[in-house]
Design a protein around this ligand. Sequence first.
Ligand SMILES: Cc1cc2nc3c(=O)[nH]c(=O)nc-3n(C[C@H](O)[C@H](O)[C@H](O)COP(=O)(O)O)c2cc1C
Length: 989
Amino acid sequence: MMPSSVVATTTRKRPPHDQAPSPPLPHPVRAAGRRSAAQRRGRPWAGAVNARPQRRDGRNDAVGAPPPAGPTPPPARPRAARRPTLPLAPPGWRQLWFQLHWLVGITGGTLLMVIGLSGALLSFREECLDLLNPGVRQVAPRAEPVLAPAQVAAAVARVHGTRRISTMMLYAEPGAATRVIFAPLPGQRRGESIYVDPYSGTAQALRGHQAFEWIEALHRWLLLPRETGDPVTGTLALLLIGMAASGLYLRWPRRPLSWRTWLTFDPALRGRPFLWNLHAVLGTWVLPLYLVLAGTGLYWSFDIVRDSLESWAGRPPRAAMNHAAAKPAGKSADMPAEMAHATGTPTLALAWDSFLGKAPDWRMASLRISEKATQPVQISWLDAAAPHEQARNRMSVLAASGKITQDKRYADLNARDRFLTTFYPLHMGTYFGLPGRLAMMVAGLAMPLFGITGWMLYLGRRKLKRAARAERALLADADTAVAAPAGAAAASTLLAYASQSGSAERLALRSAAALRQAGVAATVQSLDRLAPSDLLGYARVLLVASSFGEGEPPDGTRRFARLLKQADPASLAGLRFGLLALGDRHYSDFCGFGRALDERLRALGAKQLFPAIEVDDGDAVALQRWSQSLAQLCGVDQLTGIADGAGAGAGKRTHGSADATNANPAGDPAGAWQTWPLVARTLLNPGSQGGPLYEVVLDGAGANWQAGALLEVLPRNPDGAVAAWLRQSGLDGHASVRLGSAVCSLHEALARSILPAPAVPTSSASAVPTSSASVAPTSSAQACADQLRPLAPRSYSLASLPQDGGLQLLVRQESHPGGLGLGSGWLTAHAPLDAPIQARLQANPGFAPAEADGPAIFIGNGSGFAGLRAHLRARALAGRRRNWLLFGEREQAYDSICADEIAQWQAAGLLPRLDLVFSRDGACREYVQDRLRGAADELRGWIADGAMVYVCGSLQGMAGGVDAALVEILGADALDDLAAAGRYRRDVY
Ligand SMILES: Cc1cc2nc3c(=O)[nH]c(=O)nc-3n(C[C@H](O)[C@H](O)[C@H](O)COP(=O)(O)O)c2cc1C
């Protein structure tokens, strides 16, 4: 009585795939060849062998597809957009880290880009300045004595008068100029620097020095006053550490010991995966460098860090040191009287002589000259063996007497103190010489790359989320628009729908909207979320029910169907209902679920408001009857807007509506027709026993979709077939004809249309569809064009995401005695590369990604890998790692499609369980459903953990077999509940 039992005992022959088209529909559905509604209505071309809009030429006819032996259990499936949200696990650590990473990335990350870039510029500051100022910092060595500090001071004084020198840096290297730094002028942070020729005393300033000072201020304090800038950049350093840690956590692979997983970049990737890969792999490369940069940066940014570390190292507090030491820069920018160059020369001379006496192996010496002549000259210097530029020895020498008051050697520092001196060379990379400097520069330069890729990923993610939200909102709005006022349920009409791919849902929404316009309060609900007793709460219930599988309820409605079957007799007495059953006569159980529903409701005591109306493939006449029946119920003459919407399709699409500029009708889940060039076509299974399987790529510029979506493609007759037809008919293919609203050549018009049966039979290279209407050789070109009906679009699962940079399809090439299948032949053989392909995106709510973050099981075969691939790519991007792929094909040697990508997912820890089932490799045939049965315990475990189940591929054999296996493993009720909860999603054909 109820659909599941009806269907369970029925085996059916599916209509043939991909032969000849019927007129395209505004809402193409995914099924096989059919006799069109128009044929039945006696249109001129009726009676031809037509194929209906269909998808995925070449369902895999072998793998996972043994002839269904015995009863096939009904499939189950949820409605996507309206399904109840899965119970979400409390946000785990992973989600928290993810949020942290994004949040910090898009806020602090932007400033870190500035810091990184400026740091990269600073890492080769000296070399840049040398390039700008050749012969200034380094002069040609000469065989002359070099000037001692006192002589340098005298030479500087000759040009700069009494301007006070605060620091003088001398180098033992022949030809190295002495750097003289003046005391800062009021308002300056640092005094001006000049370089003095060590032989002649000629002084020169460096061009570009100020620019680098500015860059340094930007890097260290973001151009803020130092007191404010220090904590700001310190905080950014902390954020960088947080991002590095969260990034590391988020990309932690399942096989952490595989260096390849961590460090190798996949150049074949494109779009979002490319960005993600770049972000993650590059991030891993530079992660240690960023930790060093940020860690050492903290030392200068926060006094508390610095003081703590210095006290840990046993250094005296800085305040005390500052007090003890002469301040390098005093308030005055002029030379104190007692240090005036006349007297300064001998005083520096004494200090320098004393220094040389103690440090014969000096390499660099920096003399800090106090404002007060009584204060000692502070000399910090590097000896020839210094391990790095901060391994400085320090000496204090009284200028007046040359007496050394302090002589501290680096070698005498304790290990902690020595460790602190490495911070600067580590930060600059100089600790490791040129390679270190280069690495730090690259790390700095990579920061903007991170910021940009991070932002792009973030914006892409937002866009995807917005698109998903908009899609949900569309349906929610429609619901609200037709909802009954609160509290009016008892007096209202319920529009309840059972829908697999959205047609029934849209018709229910349109019907409710029309009723509302006529003043009737109407509520729309999916049967997926109702129990039979809920129907009693309404004055009348109008049901719109489609059939799926083999005359079964749509997946999500399976639970309702079960409850209805279990309901007590007469439990629905008092219910008054009207029913619109959607179906397709090419399925042997036409309107199977609608009929069973009608029968069962009446058996339970419900009364029909009017006889059930059956709609064959969107038949407009039947829809008109529905509209009239509703009008009668409301007591109005007629209702508008029901029959002209989505789902009312056959024969409605005209050539005009297939124009590339065709607007998307409101509520229609498909977008406008577009023209995208065919950019690539690759045979994936050379040598396979099965039909050739191609990856077909359309350019897809500007397209946006989410995993699970479909692409409708308008096929064309091959040129050879059109030319042959023209020869037969004797018509001129160049003649201009009007087709819909467009003008084109007759050849072009024929290429886009079902070819009328020629007066004389023709042979063709393809199974070119023809209608029964024949065109007399004498007919005019326009008369011929007037008879033409457009080819039906074909639907294919998208195997890619927008981030991949193209619309990728997996198309099985179909062969028939007369040639190739129309859609598959067009895409895989006839359309030349770069040919413009007319196509449009179609949402597929029944196979959309789940919002919940839980595990997912992907099951499919053959070209069904397309839908699974898009989902797996999306999950890889979202970092959802717990995926189980169960995929069937024929022979491993020839049918290992997309093996590299699967291997990469596995290596990246995205497929903790992988079952590739090759049916023809073993002694006895094994299919995905067999493997599933063998893994029953594990499957139960995954389901208990909240896993979603996605199935994509052939309905017959694979999907039916998988469904049967799931029923065996989980139980029929549990599977129904799973479907009703939106956790069992199928895209089968
Ligand atoms: C995989 C599949 C199986 C179908 N099985 C049947 C069937 O057994 N009987 C029938 O009358 N129509 C069948 N149909 C046709 C649908 O019921 C029909 O296209 C309907 O308009 C779809 O409505 P929906 O979009 O609300 O799911 C099937 C369609 C698909 C894609």
